[in-house]
Design a protein around this ligand. Structure first.
Ligand SMILES: Nc1ncnc2c1ncn2[C@@H]1O[C@H](COP(=O)(O)OP(=O)(O)O)[C@@H](O)[C@H]1O
Ligand SMILES: [Mg+2]
Length: 297
């Protein structure tokens, strides 16, 4: 069953930028990665989804409720992290978290657990906090009422690598607990590690909707085989395997699904080394991104 539905949403800014006819849905218990370079339209989509402004066209539903009409009701079971966080800077972290809890009339609270987990010091005023600390406050606010649904706009931005890891672990735990999660990111790796499905947005348009596992399975892998003699290099060259590079006795071979054949050929050689080149989803998605992704890296 679809918990989050974005249906043909268009929102155009005066500049002509915006998002155009975006549709996707997120099922119960699913983690959906919303991937795109800076300026692609991720925040615009998520703000429409949260029902903050009127869309030009289309509609967004959460648990079947129109987010524009039932925003208040919906916020009770949604944990949201905005892309650009505007805080009440005069409050301390603790005051802010207490304020949000009261506003939600929150019955249960994981605040203490989250504060410990993110090593967050809630005593300073928010205006005195670093970007990373503010992000941790936002994460705590989004998770502390233990909501069923998370809508997270670039949740790891500003976090150091260790905290990014802590965050990803938390997401995977929440996923195990059956939560439904929509998370935007410009990091392929993050989506690869967390998401079941991914949508790619580019220049305001959804250019791909893919199952992350099948993307991974369809991925081509490069192996570097080190053999003993030039005769064996020749043997590899004369096989049906796809050779991408040869350096001395090292042969780089591209494998997609032909593992059987790869192993058959290898048994005819004295293999001294076998390495797999570290690849990730990025290569699989690259075709959707073109040059822009390279600029943003
Ligand atoms: N309030 C706004 N007014 C005018 N243009 C905007 C506004 N918000 C975003 N944009 C433009 O819309 C495009 C998409 O922005 P955004 O949704 O923030 O992208 P992302 O979150 O993927 O980085 C960008 O070109 C951005 O400059
Ligand atoms: Mg954004």
């Amino acid at each position: 069953m679809s918990i989050i539905q974005v249906e043909n949403v268009t929102k155009t800014y005066k500049s002509g930028k915006g998002i155009f006819d975006i549709s996707f849905s997120v099922d119960q218990g699913e983690v959906f990665g919303y991937l795109g370079p800076n300026g692609a339209g991720k925040t615009t989509t998520i703000r429409q989804l949260m029902g903050f402004t009127n869309v030009d066209q289309g509609r967004c539903l959460i648990r079947g409720m129109d987010t524009r009409l039932q925003a208040e009701e919906i916020q009770k079971f949604v944990g949201y992290i905005p892309g650009e966080i505007a805080f009440f800077n005069n409050m301390t972290g603790k005051q802010f978290l207490d304020f949000i809890s009261q506003m939600r009339k929150q019955a249960k609270s994981r605040t203490a657990e989250l504060v410990t987990r993110f090593e967050l010091d809630v005593k300073p005023k928010i205006s005195k906090m670093s970007k990373g600390m503010k992000q941790k406050v936002a994460l705590t606010a989004a998770f502390m009422h233990d909501p069923e649904i998370y809508i997270l706009d670039e949740p790891t931005s500003g976090l150091d690598p260790l905290m990014q890891k802590t965050f990803i672990e938390l997401i995977l735990e929440e996923k195990k607990r059956g939560k439904t999660i929509l998370m935007s990111s410009h990091s392929f790796e993050e989506v690869e590690r967390t998401s079941d499905r991914a949508g790619v947005i580019r220049e305001g348009r959804l250019v791909a909707l893919e199952d992350v596992n099948s993307l991974k399975a369809a991925q081509r892998k490069a192996f570097i085989v080190t053999v003993v003699s030039s005769g064996e290099v020749e043997l590899l060259q004369n096989s049906n395997l796809e050779i991408s590079r040869i350096t001395g006795n090292q042969v780089e071979i591209i494998i997609s699904s032909n593992y059987d054949e790869f192993i058959r050929v290898l048994t005819k050689c004295s293999v001294k080394g076998l390495d797999v080149l570290n690849q990730n989803l990025e290569q699989a998605f690259m075709k959707y991104y073109g040059r822009e992704a390279e600029k943003n890296e």
